[in-house]
Design a binder for this molecule. Structure first.
Ligand SMILES: [Zn+2]
Length: 160
C-alpha cells in the first residue's frame, strides 16, 4: 500500500513526557544542541525540529504562548514570515534543497502535536525523497545527526 507522506502528521510525539509547554520550556535554556534554538528575534525564534522529516526541518515559533496566528500581533506575524523566508534561503544554500513544505497545524483536528503554542514548519524537499521514504515505510530518513545540522544551520544564521 502506498503511504502518503505528510510532514505535518506527527510532531513532538514525546511532548507528553515534558512538564508544561515544550516551546515555552526551550526558551529558558541556553541556546545549543540541547534546546536546538538556532536564532532568536524580537518576537519569535527559529528551532530545529527534534523529530525531523528531513535534515534541516526547522520551525518558526513566537515567544508568546498562543494557540493560533490570530492571537499574535501583526509585528510578530510579520517577523515570523521574515524568518520563514530566511529559513528557505539558508536551507537552500546548505542542503541544496529543491523545494519546501511550509505549513501550520492549528488545532487538534488539524493534527497539531503542540496545539497550545502555534509554530510554522519549514521542511526542505528534494526530488524523489517521498518515493524513497514510502519505500522504507514509516521510517524517517535521517542522513545527518541533529548536532551536525544544528551547527551548520546556526552558523548560517549567525553569518546572515
Ligand atoms: Zn508555550
Amino acid at each position: 500500500m502506498k503511504h502518503l507522506w505528510s510532514p505535518w502528521r506527527m510532531e513532538y510525539i514525546e511532548n507528553n513526557k515534558t512538564d508544561g509547554c515544550v516551546f515555552c520550556n526551550v526558551q529558558s535554556m541556553v541556546d545549543g544542541t540541547e534546546n536546538l534554538i538556532v536564532w532568536r528575534g524580537e518576537f519569535s525564534f527559529v528551532i530545529l525540529n527534534r523529530f525531523p522529516y528531513t535534515s534541516g526541518h526547522l520551525m518558526v515559533i513566537p515567544f508568546v504562548h498562543q494557540p493560533n496566528l490570530e492571537e499574535l500581533n501583526a509585528v510578530t506575524r510579520a517577523e515570523m514570515m521574515e524568518f520563514t523566508s530566511r529559513c528557505t534561503t539558508i536551507l537552500g544554500s546548505i542542503y541544496k534543497s529543491q523545494g519546501f513544505n511550509i505549513g501550520v497545524n492549528i488545532g487538534e483536528a488539524a493534527g497539531a502535536g503542540v496545539k497550545e503554542h502555534v509554530h510554522i514548519h519549514i521542511v526542505p524537499r528534494w526530488m524523489g525523497d517521498t518515493n524513497f521514504m514510502s519505500s522504507v515505510g514509516e521510517t524517517r530518513v535521517l542522513p545527518e545527526a541533529l548536532e551536525d545540522t544544528y551547527k551548520r544551520v546556526k552558523a548560517a544564521f549567525d553569518g546572515s
